[in-house]
Ligand binder design. Structure first.
Ligand code: NDP
Ligand code: ZN
Length: 349
């Protein structure tokens, strides 16, 4: 089969691979819709993948083959899978940390330690535990965006422990940050201060519930948030973008006792100024919590319910649509370049 993969020379490109066949609890799908993620771009840029690893962990497809132990799904079912399709039969999974089922950040198998979805066929491990049918009233595009973008953005709001009426800062308003804005609103945030610069993202941030916009290119973000909050700081901050200094900035922007929820994928870290009076972190009872988005079928079904019952519609995130497996490369290159009008690409295979 043909697949878009991480190549031995450290770039992304096309490979020919054996088509997978399932056994046991696994199934094989024929991907129908895929979206490249900023994390795919990062993984290629930092070269952390095995050569010829198929990319892509956002998508859905039609089941073409099931293992002999699969219970709830049949050939012909259309299913969406979250990026995290862990091994549920491990001790960390039993302890509630399925994202780390076999060690730190090992729950995301697709496109990391197992081949991903940008291919003619993809193996989905333990499909009964890791896939969901698309409910009536939910579009295929919406389901794909729910799997990673809404999942991660909402998780940022969960990690930040957004409470009803809170003043929340959302650092970064790419597709993940925009869904963090939506997630903060779903959890009852009062004021939502969104940090970004591109006009399209600012427009969508307002659509999803941002009440204030801070442009990080127009001055120090800590100072801008400080002034906007009468020098009090926000109750919490969801970190979904920014440079290596973002975590320190996020810690500085929340008040005493505030919480930072980080979902940003840092490739380098700046200094975290512990015990610094200005940041108050270390002496300010502040908390930083970070994580990989949750996976599995139950999480996926809950996310889909948010779409089914009209709580949130992630499809306005799609700014560029492509058709055909060949065009996966164009969609991926666009995510690498991040032109001003781009938020998210979607490819119908
Ligand atoms: P984007 O690159 O599309 O968005 C990044 C955002 O950060 C943009 O709004 C950008 O602003 C803003 N930004 C850039 N530099 C700064 C700065 N110095 N200060 C403040 N804001 C800045 O990324 P995505 O939304 O696609 O993804 C966000 C992160 O989430 C990525 O690191 C991704 O890898 C990660 N991720 C994590 C997952 C998880 O499970 N934890 C899952 C999926 C993604 P501008 O408007 O100027 O572009
Ligand atoms: Zn992702």
């Amino acid at each position: 089969m043909k697949a878009f993969a991480y190549l031995p020379d450290g770039t992304a490109g096309w490979v020919e691979k054996e088509r997978p066949h399932p056994s046991g609890y696994d199934a094989v799908i024929r991907p129908l819709l895929v979206a490249p993620c900023t994390s795919d771009v990062h993984n290629v840029a930092i070269g952390c993948l095995q050569p010829n690893r198929v990319l892509g962990h956002e998508g859905l497809g039609e089941i073409v083959e099931v293992g002999d132990l699969v219970r709830d799904f049949r050939v012909g079912d259309v299913v969406v899978v979250p990026p995290v399709t862990p091994d549920w039969r491990t001790v960390p999974s039993q302890l509630g940390a399925h994202q780390h089922c076999a060690g730190l950040i090992t729950g995301q198998k697709l496109s990391n330690s197992e081949d991903g979805l940008m291919a003619e066929y993809a193996l989905i491990r333990d499909i009964d535990a890791n896939a969901a049918r698309i409910p009536d009233g939910v579009t295929l595009e919406g389901a794909v965006l729910a799997a990673d973008m809404l999942n991660t953005g909402l998780y940022g709001a969960e990690l930040a422990e957004v409470q009803p009426g809170d003043t929340v800062v959302v650092m970064g308003i790419g597709p993940v940050g925009l869904m963090a804005v939506a997630g903060a609103r779903l959890r009852g945030a009062g004021r939502i201060i969104a940090i970004g610069s591109r006009p399209k993202c600012v427009e969508l941030a307002r659509l999803y519930g941002a009440t204030d916009i801070v442009n990080y290119k127009e001055g120090d973000v800590e100072r801008q948030v400080h002034l906007l909050t009468d020098k009090q700081g926000a109750d919490c901050c969801i970190c979904a973008g920014g440079g290596p200094e973002a975590l320190g900035q996020a810690a500085a922007m929340v008040r005493w006792g505030g919480t930072v929820g980080n979902v940003n994928y840092f490739t380098t870290y700046g200094d975290l100024p512990l015990n610094n009076v200005r940041f108050g972190f270390g002496m300010g009872n502040k908390t930083i919590r970070g994580g990989e988005c949750p996976g599995g079928r139950a999480r996926m079904e809950r996310l889909l319910r948010l779409l089914q019952y009209g709580r949130v519609d992630p499809t306005p995130l799609i700014t560029h649509r492509f058709t055909g497996l060949d065009q996966v490369e164009d969609a991926f290159r666009l995510m690498e370049k991040k032109p001003p009008a781009l938020v998210k690409t979607m490819v119908a295979l």
